[in-house]
Design a protein around this ligand. Sequence first.
Ligand SMILES: [Zn+2]
Ligand SMILES: [Zn+2]
Ligand SMILES: [Zn+2]
Length: 175
Amino acid sequence: MRLPPSSDGASEQIINKQNMADIGSSTNNNEEIISENTEKMDIAEPETKKRKVDVPEKNAEYKLEERLNGILCCAVCLDLPPQAVFQCTNGHLMCASCMAHLLADSRLKDETATCPNCRCEISKSLCIRNLAVEKAISELPATCQYCSKLLPRSQLAHHEHNQCLDRCVLFTRTI
Ligand SMILES: [Zn+2]
Ligand SMILES: [Zn+2]
Ligand SMILES: [Zn+2]
């Protein structure tokens, strides 16, 4: 790569670099910096090109959400737990209501309640809440049922009840 003469002002970047560096011995340094940069770019370029071709940005986002839904869902009902999330001693996730169902069911049958994934014993004292999962779920996007806007789950109820203009329109129409 040829270095353009700094006097013609073709590249502001180069001039800036020259100003920041020691001006007296700058030409060689700049050549070094530039060749370093181009080497790095050569390595990085195919990767970024590949990514752009394989997964467009929007699609990648969508896929991540889909994947997280699958990872953070309840082992019993396969939905994203709406409130408290519990886990068995091996880390399998359950919503509070599904765990209550499992415990009540086994009490009725006089059996030990077990995790539907790994069959380890579950009880109120053995299972613990998973706050990180609860918070992660509250940040996942959900769609407003009235205006179809995407919002973080934690804000959905507030939006639907207090903020959604489409809901207000529906509401007044039905009256
Ligand atoms: Zn559940
Ligand atoms: Zn389990
Ligand atoms: Zn809305």
